[in-house]
Design a protein. Structure first.
Length: 242
């Protein structure tokens, strides 16, 4: 398969509640894909399945063998909240992998990449929300993944910080050749960042629409094309089946 990650006919239930049904999607090398849908529709559930963190589902999860190549752990995950360990420094949080000794140079490089150079010794409580999210992104990159899965990583920061973090993700994805699958409920964010926007809806959720965003980066946030695509996404969200 040429895709790095492929989900095929995913069906997921929690006891009586079927959350996802017949969901198929693939993430190709170099792609940025957004997953959009109402709260509770199963976005985090789907991302956890894609990350290999939840094995209790029907359907198939295929990982390209390339993902397991070399020392890379293949997939990095950034959760909905930063989940930093309060007793560890920023640098230790980034390089924390099952008690193995952290690669100091790589940690310093990542601190530089996310704009936190010189803050490695700080403790999480000394960080702003946006800084904590940047640490979480650096930690997601620590295993040199080819795929980065992000679950609404910027939901807790202000609009301006959010825009900067979006640009940071675009920059890092290009710099390290990483494919990105990102959950968001922000239409502007989805069309600005992504090559494709996938919209979930219905009960149980399935894919109700998919939009391509055929615009090169860097993009102009005020571009008419983005406003048009946002309108299309909005229509798909409002025309949700039940
Ligand atoms: N561990 C669990 N046990 C039981 N039900 C769960 C569990 N995790 C999620 N659910 C249910 O599955 C549904 C989807 O949850 P999920 O967290 O995937 O939604 P989401 O789309 O990420 O929502 P949000 O946008 O609010 O983060 C919800 O109805 C939720 O109550
Ligand atoms: Mg969620």
């Amino acid at each position: 398969m040429s895709a790095l990650l492929r989900l095929h006919n995913i069906r997921k239930s929690f006891a009586e509640l079927t959350v996802l049904d017949n969901v198929s999607l693939a993430l190709a090398a170099g792609e940025i894909v957004s997953l959009l849908g109402p709260s509770g529709c199963g976005k985090s559930t789907l991302l956890r399945i894609a990350a290999g963190l939840d094995a209790h589902f029907e359907g198939e999860l295929e990982r390209n063998p390339l993902l397991d190549f070399g020392s890379s752990s293949g997939i990095g995950v950034v959760f909905q909240e930063p989940r930093l360990m309060p007793w560890l420094s920023v640098a230790e949080n980034i390089g924390f992998v099952d008690g193995r000794k952290a690669d100091h140079r790589w940690t310093q490089q990542l601190l530089h990449d996310v704009g936190l150079e010189g803050r490695g010794e700080a403790l999480p409580k000394q960080l702003s929300g946006g800084m904590a999210q940047r640490v979480a992104i650096a930690r997601g990159l620590y295993g040199r993944p080819q795929v980065l899965l992000l679950d609404e990583p910027f939901s807790a920061v202000d609009a301006f910080t959010r825009m900067k973090l979006q640009d940071l993700v675009i920059k890092l994805a290009a710099q390290y050749d990483i494919s990105v699958l990102m959950v968001t409920h922000d239409l502007d964010e989805a069309v600005y960042l992504s090559d494709r926007v996938i919209i979930l809806g219905g009960q149980p959720s399935r894919i109700v629409a998919e939009l391509a965003v055929p615009l090169a980066h860097p993009r102009d946030r005020r571009a008419v094309e983005l406003a048009f695509l946002k309108g299309e996404a909005l229509t798909a969200l409002y025309q949700q089946p039940t």
